[in-house]
Write a protein that binds this ligand. Sequence first.
Ligand code: NAD
Length: 294
Amino acid sequence: IKKITGKYEAQAEPVKMAAVLGAGIMGGGVAYQSASKGTPILMKDIAEPALQLGLDEANKLLGGQLKRKRIDAAKMAQVINRITPTLSYGDFDRVDLVVEAVVENPNVKKAVLAETEKHLPEGAVLTSNTSTISITDLATALEKPENFCGMHFFNPVHKMPLVEVIRGEKTSESAIARTVAYAKAMGKTPIVVNDCPGFLVNRILFPYFGGFSALLSDGADFRRIDKVMERFGWPMGPAYLLDVVGVDTAHHADRVMAAGFPDRMEHEGENIIDRMFKLERFGQKNAKGFYRYE
Ligand code: NAD
């Protein structure tokens, strides 16, 4: 990984000022991670309460570090001051790289990306944190698709080291290089992948969930499977992972994978993700999934 991404990093102008669109679970996480590793970031949303939630999350994470004496109060204030919440595009003419993290809807994303592009300086890079939408398709909304690529973080952003940098059909190598450099500056491990359904990680993860589902059909107990995978050395098993990711999110991704690879990823009848989705057992987000959360 180092050999490939190191080559990109060396070519790139560093990102001095970043922006994130959306202050939700992912946007708030990106803002925190960027600020805590030293890159100032504008955090734009469409609603004041959403901005507050994003800032609250950063404060909570920093508060935890303060309590464990990993940082002092001055450092905490310094990091928070690197996040500028905003409802407007006013300062976007100073931005080198944008991470779009609004709702997972292609029409909303296209409208937001097209509007953002108008406010950026020449050569700035625009990226999307989409999990399932084609980067090449999103790029059709843009005047300069060469400056656009995917930048797919995993949840929770501050804990998960990998970032998928996704090359659309028209993405330039310099846009990839700058995105790789920014991911590294954020303390992450970027990998560069081509645009396809599921990118790379979900192409591994969803066949794994398929294997899990087949074991359950054969009569296995999900708790035992989780225990076995933990003993195998993974941080959590498939049932708990689905509860953390969210069964509704996984269900949507499962459909995208099936449509993208019908010969390999479509399954006959319901799998366990379909069944849990129908039962509205979405996992930790609604306090009932494979496990109960009270
Ligand atoms: P979320 O619902 O928590 O946050 C979305 C935020 O976007 C909200 O605060 C909303 O007010 C804001 N928003 C909506 N329209 C906007 C606009 N026009 N301009 C600015 N802000 C706007 O969603 P999330 O879970 O953070 O997901 C965001 C993106 O990240 C999605 O594309 C999702 O697929 C992707 N993603 C999510 C996860 C995950 O586990 N949650 C993981 C990887 C990628």
